[in-house]
Design a protein around this ligand. Sequence first.
Ligand SMILES: Cc1ncc(COP(=O)(O)O)c(C=O)c1O
Length: 389
Amino acid sequence: MEVVREIYLDNAATTKTSDKVMKRIIDMCTEFYGNPSSMHNKGLESDNMIREAAQIIAKAVLCYEDEIYFTSGGTEANNLAIRGVSKANKKRGNHIITTKIEHSSVRNVFKNLEEEGFNVTYLNVDKEGYVNEEELKDAVNDNTILVSIMYVNNEIGTKQNIEKLGSIIKKKNVKTYFHVDAIQAFGKYIINVDREKIDLMSISGHKIHAPKGIGALYVRKGVRITPIIYGGGQEGGLRSGTENTSGIVALGETTKQTYKNLNVNTEKMMEFKTKLVSEIFKKVKDVYINGPEIDKSAPHILSLKFKDIKGEALLHSLSDVGIYISTGSACAAKKTDLSKTLSSIGLTDNEIYGTVRLSFSPDNYVDDIPYITDNIAKSVESIRKVLRG
Ligand SMILES: Cc1ncc(COP(=O)(O)O)c(C=O)c1O
C-alpha cells in the first residue's frame, strides 16, 4: 500500500536526526577526520572537538567536562555505570537496588549481577509508576553500594522526584552511589546533578535528534568505577576504543540546540499531547491513560489502553495509513514478553495487549491531529468489530 502521508509518533523509540546535526556529522567525516589520539594537528583538532562536546553536555547538567564519558549509547552507559560501580565496590558491600520498571538495559544488568552473587532489591511502584519513598528508605542499608532509578519511564512517561529519592538514599547511607538512567529525560528537563544527588547518569543521542550509536555517562569525580571495555585507554581509561568523533560532535550539537529551545519545545509537545488526548477521548469510547495524568507525565510520552483492542493490530492498521506508533517500548516490542512496567503498575495481561504508546517531538503538528484521531477511531472500530463479534 502506498503511504501518502507520514506522521511519526514513535519518538521515544528514536528520533529523526536534525539537519544541523547532519551537517556537523558530514564535516567530521570529511574534514575533521583525524584520530583524537594522534599527536599531529589533525588529531588535536578532533580531540578539541570532543572536549567541546563534553563541555556542552557538562554545561547542560551542571557538572565538569571531565566527568562526561562517551559511550556507544544508552545501553552501554547503563551497563558501564551499574557493572562498573558494582565490581569496583564489591568489597564494601554486595547489596544493589533498582526498580521493577527499568529499561531492559538496566534490568538485565541487575539480573546478571544477581546471578553472580549480588543481593538485589527490586522496588515496587504504585499504579502511576512512582517509586515508594518509604520502601526505598527501608531498602538502603550499610551494605548498599548502588541504587539505580530511571528519571522518566520510557513506556508511561512517569517522572520520578529524583531530588527527593537522592536525598533519601544519601541520608540512609552517604556512601551509596546513585545512578540515574536519564535517557528519556535528558533534553526534556533541566537536570542538576548536584542538587539531585546524582553520582552517575546515562544519556543517549538518538532520543534527541542525534544518530543512533552515541551516548554518554556522567560520573561524579571520586566515584569508584571500573571499565567494562579494555583497550587503548581512551576516555580517561574508562571507555577504551577510538572515539566516535562524529557521533560525539552530533551529541554536543543536539544538546546545545535542545537546551536552547527547551521551554518552547516541551510546551509544544505538551500542547500536542493534550489536544491529541482530548480529540481521541471525543472520538473513541473505552480508552484510558496509563500512568500519571497527562500534565504530570513527560511531555513526549502517552500510553493509552483500549478496551477490546490488540495494540499490535492498531499499530499495523495505523502504519498502513502512515501513522507510526508503538506497542509497549520499542526494545520489547518484538519479543513475546509482556511489559514489566505495565504489569508493575497493575495492568492485566489483556490490558497490556490493548496498550499502545504514542511519543512526540517538537516536529509534530497540531494540524495533523484530526487525521491521526480519525484514523485511530476508524481502526479501533474495525478491530473491535472483529474482536467483539
Ligand atoms: C529509558 C531507556 N533506557 C535505556 C535505553 C537504551 O538506550 P540506547 O537505545 O541508546 O541503547 C532506552 C531506549 O529506548 C530507554 O528508553
